[in-house]
Design a binder for this molecule. Structure first.
Ligand code: ZN
Length: 127
């Protein structure tokens, strides 16, 4: 199957309204986090994440797992390619130099950086 057709199929779980709204968000931003999509579109977090991962699968985005440490909850200490998953413990926090041994000291978020935005938007407009 041609790659772009495959992305259109992969996005079938989104309504045309949702795709329109996503298009507007992507036009104004180079990166998006799933919660930003859920806030704007009132779709589930899982759907928002699935959209971003579909974009990565078809090379329209690079998705990263952001790792936060208790020492500074608003500033991530690592951005790991999403497919590599949660970092192996222990590791040393680059922010506070503490050795982290317990996963409960960490929290996580996801961000997608878009590439080929114009092509992605054309995909979103297809049925
Ligand atoms: Zn730290």
């Amino acid at each position: 199957m041609e790659k772009s057709r495959a992305l259109v199929k992969a996005l079938n779980f989104l309504s045309m309204y949702e795709r329109n709204e996503l298009e507007k968000m992507i036009l104004s931003r180079d990166s998006l986090m799933p919660h930003e999509i859920t806030n704007k579109l009132s779709i589930t977090y899982e759907k928002a994440l699935a959209f971003l991962l579909a974009c990565e699968l078809y090379n329209f985005a690079k998705v990263y797992l952001l790792v936060y440490h208790l020492c500074e909850p608003d500033k991530y200490i690592k951005a790991i390619p999403f497919h590599l998953g949660i970092p192996k413990l222990p590791f040393v926090c680059e922010n506070c130099d503490e050795e982290i041994e317990d996963i409960s000291e960490l929290s996580f978020d996801v961000i997608a950086q878009f590439k080929f935005k114009q092509s992605l938007i054309e995909e979103l407009r297809k049925n």
